[in-house]
Design a protein. Sequence first.
Length: 46
Amino acid sequence: MAYITLNKSNFFHNLDIIAKKTSGKDKIALVLKDNAYGHGLLEVAQ
């Protein structure tokens, strides 16, 4: 079974960096493909 470990702090830090390079977080679109590659679409989206 596949698994992934995400660090929420790092994720949101990276998101903030991307937001600073764009017009803000409301201009960023995240795409989850194919059930998040087996990691569970709902779990990853949360």
